[in-house]
Design a protein around this ligand. Structure first.
Ligand code: LLP
Length: 421
C-alpha cells in the first residue's frame, strides 16, 4: 500500500496534488511519501517483534539525507556499501554505532574512516579484506567488530543481475570455507567476531530461497558456536521483493518473512539484523514526467517524455516494468491504446515501455512512474548532459525539495580545461 492516490481525479502524494509540485519544481522530478516510508519501515519492526533485532535500512536504494533522517527518526540503523554512503548516513545524523558496512571491495581508507567515527560491524567478504581490516584497525589501536558474509550457494530466483548468493557470484565467502576463515579471524589482531552475514539477492518474490539460505546460516551458527565462536548476531541482508504492478503480483508480506525468520532463528538466542531497501523505499516514490510529443511511427505510436533512461535506468538495465499512470485520472470507460513510452536520449534503449496500453494523452500532460523510489534517483546520471532531476519529499500537506535541480552552469563548470587548450 502506498500514499499516491487519486482524489477528485488528480493524483496526490499524501495530501498534495502532484500538479502543484510540478508547477513549482518543473518536470521531471522524484516524489517520495513520508507516510509510505514510515509504514513500510514499521512493517519490518512488527514482523521481527519478539526477537532481539535491528532493521538497518539499505542506504543504496534511496540515499537522500532527508530519507535517512526520516527512517533514523523511527529507530532504523543503516546498511552502507561505500565511504560515501557512510558519510551520508553520518551527515543525516545517524551514529556510527548504528551503521553496518557491507560491500565486496572496501578500501583501507573507507575502513579507517568508519573505525574512526564508529561502526556497528563490518560485513567482511573475503580473507584478503579481513587481513586489511586487521591491519588498519590494529594500526589505529582499534578493534573492528565483524561478521563474515557467507555465500550459501542458493539461487534467489530473481533477475540474473541482482542474484548474489550462488557460488559463481562474486559475493561472500563460500560456506564450505567459513569454519577456516572464522578460525583465522579469531587469530587476527584488531578483529572481533560478532556474527554471520548473508544476502542472496534483491527483488525476491518467494520465501523459499530465503528460508533455504537462512537455514544454512542457522546451522553454521550452531557449528561455529560449537567451535567456540561467540556468534551473537546474524545479518540476513535485504531482498524482499515488492509488487511492481497492482494487478497480478503478490510477493510475500513482511509479516510472513518475519514469521519464517522467527521459525529459523527463534530458538537460537541471537540478535537478528536485516537490511531491507526496496521494500521500504520502492513504493514510497514515484517519478513524475511530462509528455513532450506524440509521434506516429510505422505501425506504432510513441509517447515521448521529458524523463529518460538517465533518470530511471531500471527498464533499460533490467527490462524492469514500472506502471505508468496519467496524473489526471482517465475516465474508467476510456479506450486504452498501446504506445511505446520513450525518453529523449539518443539510444533505442531509452524506452520505458513497449506497446503499453495507455489512455489518450497530449503534449503537456503529466504521467507518474510508480514504484520508482528504490534504485531510481540513486542510479541516475547526467548522460546527455541532462541535469539530475529534483527530489521532493511530501509529509501530509507539506512538501519540500530535498535535492534541487542543478543549473547547467553548475554541471558544465565542473569540467576543467587543461592549460594546453
Ligand atoms: N544488503 C546488501 C548487501 C545488498 O547488496 C542489497 C542490495 C541490499 C541489502 C538491499 O536489497 P533490497 O532489500 O533493496 O532488495 N539496482 C537493482 C537492485 C540492486 C540491489 C543490490 N543490493 C534494481 O534496480 O533492481
Amino acid at each position: 500500500m502506498d500514499h499516491f492516490l487519486y482524489r477528485d481525479g488528480i493524483l496526490h502524494a499524501e495530501d498534495v496534488p502532484l500538479p502543484e509540485i510540478a508547477a513549482e519544481v518543473g518536470t521531471p522530478f522524484y516524489c517520495y511519501s513520508t507516510a509510505t516510508l514510515t509504514r513500510h519501515y514499521r512493517l519490518f519492526e512488527e514482523a521481527l517483534s519478539g526477537l532481539d533485532h535491528m532493521v538497518c535500512y539499505s542506504v543504496k536504494s534511496l540515499s537522500n539525507q532527508a530519507i535517512l533522517r526520516t527512517l533514523a527518526g523511527l529507530g532504523a540503523g543503516m546498511d552502507v556499501v561505500s565511504g560515501g554512503e557512510y558519510r551520508r548516513a553520518l551527515a543525516a545524523g545517524v551514529r556510527g554505532e548504528k551503521i553496518v558496512f557491507s560491500g565486496v571491495g572496501k578500501t583501507r581508507e573507507e575502513m579507517g574512516f568508519a573505525l574512526a567515527h564508529g561502526i556497528r560491524q563490518f560485513n567482511v567478504e573475503s580473507d584478503a579484506e579481513l587481513q586489511s581490516l586487521s591491519e588498519v584497525a590494529s594500526t589505529m589501536g582499534k578493534t573492528a567488530p565483524i561478521t563474515l558474509r557467507v555465500n550459501p550457494d542458493v539461487d534467489a530466483k530473481t533477475h540474473e543481475k541482482i542474484a548474489t548468493g550462488r557460488k559463481e557470484d562474486k559475493f561472500g565467502i563460500p560456506i564450505s570455507r567459513a569454519p577456516e576463515i572464522y578460525a583465522q579471524a579469531t587469530r587476527l589482531p584488531g578483529i572481533e567476531v560478532v556474527g554471520v552475514d548473508v544476502h542472496i539477492g534483491s527483488q525476491l518474490t518467494d520465501l523459499a530461497p530465503f528460508e533455504a539460505a537462512f537455514t544454512k546460516i542457522a546451522d553454521l551458527t550452531r557449528s561455529l558456536r560449537a567451535d567456540g565462536h561467540d556468534i551473537r548476531r546474524v545479518d540476513l541482508g535485504g531482498g524482499l521483493g515488492i509488487p511492481y504492478t497492482t494487478s497480478n503480483e503478490t510477493p510475500p508480506l513482511p509479516l510472513d518473512y518475519g514469521a519464517m525468520i522467527h521459525r529459523v532463528f527463534g530458538g537460537l538466542d541471537i540478535e537478528v539484523e536485516i537490511e531491507p531497501g526496496r521494500l521500504i523505499a520502492g513504493n514510497a516514490g514515484i517519478l513524475v514526467a511530462q509528455v513532450i510529443y506524440l509521434k506516429q511511427g510505422e505501425g506504432r505510436d510513441f509517447l515521448i517524455l521529458d524523463a529518460a533512461m538517465n533518470d530511471l535506468i531500471r527498464p533499460a538495465m533490467y527490462g524492469a516494468h514500472h506502471d505508468i499512470v496519467p496524473v489526471i485520472e482517465a475516465p474508467a470507460a476510456i479506450d486504452q491504446r498501446p504506445v511505446d513510452i520513450v525518453g529523449p536520449v539518443c539510444e533505442s534503449g531509452d524506452t520505458f515501455a513497449k506497446q503499453r496500453p495507455m489512455p489518450p494523452l497530449a503534449a503537456g500532460d503529466l504521467v507518474a512512474f510508480r514504484s520508482a523510489g528504490a534504485y531510481g534517483a540513486v542510479m541516475s546520471s547526467e548522460y546527455n548532459t541532462r541535469p539530475m532531476i529534483p527530489e521532493v519529499l511530501v509529509h501530509e500537506d507539506q512538501y519540500a525539495v530535498i535535492r534541487p535541480r542543478p543549473s547547467f552552469d553548475e554541471i558544465i563548470n565542473r569540467d576543467k580545461l587543461p592549460n594546453w587548450l
